[in-house]
Design a protein around this ligand. Structure first.
Ligand code: HEC
Length: 178
């Protein structure tokens, strides 16, 4: 109905760190009607929670680009023409990485997320961010893929992946593997 903002109560809220989902769903009005958003709105209670929420989405976006490139280079998905977009995405986003880690905001003990070591070794974290930006810039600057330069793409991709893993090994606690 026009102008009516229905709130649908949903079961199953989740809580992580100081982020909490309200157990409700919003509707979003537009040309396709009043549509339910299945992602519940969050309550982010402080700056640390807001930084953590933002940087996790930044990381997931990086991961999406990385896995899309991997789909082409490693698993032969037929989208060579899309590689430059994903590579430039990683290169552009790499410059956003250190900022949302500026304020101490580690995950609760034993929870997945950023380790306290990140803030105890801030110089090392910055060095990892810089190394990542360099590898990402090289990937973003590659000429479009054509059969002949696939090895250059694979090598550059591997260097970026290495930088992701190196920083994670130092500063990220992983969720248990399923
Ligand atoms: C300079 C360090 C650094 C670099 C480089 C880095 N990450 Fe991360 N990443 C982190 C840290 C720290 C976390 C934990 C953040 C948190 O939960 O607060 C994280 C978390 C993640 C997550 C989990 C996000 C979530 O929803 O909880 C993914 C996925 C991820 N990174 C992917 C990547 C990929 C892919 C790359 C490379 C293209 C990359 N990261 C590069 C430090 C880094």
């Amino acid at each position: 109905m026009q102008g009516v903002r229905a709130i649908v109560i949903a079961v199953g809220a989740f809580a992580s760190m100081s982020m909490q989902a309200r157990a409700e769903h919003e509707t979003v009005a537009g040309p396709w009607g009043e549509l339910k958003d299945h992602v519940s709105p969050l309550v982010l209670k402080d700056e640390a929670a807001r930084d953590t929420h933002y940087r996790r989405h930044l990381m997931r976006t990086l991961s999406g680009h990385l896995r899309a490139i991997e789909a082409v280079l490693r698993y032969d998905a037929d989208y060579a023409g899309a590689l430059k977009v994903h590579a430039r995405g990683i290169s552009d986003l790499s410059h956003l990485v250190p900022a949302p880690f500026a304020q101490p905001s580690p995950a609760d003990a034993g929870r997945p997320g950023a380790k306290p070591a990140l803030w105890a070794n801030a110089d090392k974290f910055q060095a990892h961010a810089a190394g990542f930006q360099k590898a990402a810039a090289a990937l973003g600057d590659l000429p479009a893929l054509e059969g002949a330069n696939i090895e250059a793409w694979r090598a550059s991709f591997t260097l970026v992946r290495h930088e992701c893993l190196a920083c994670h090994q130092q500063f990220r606690t992983f969720a248990p593997q399923r």
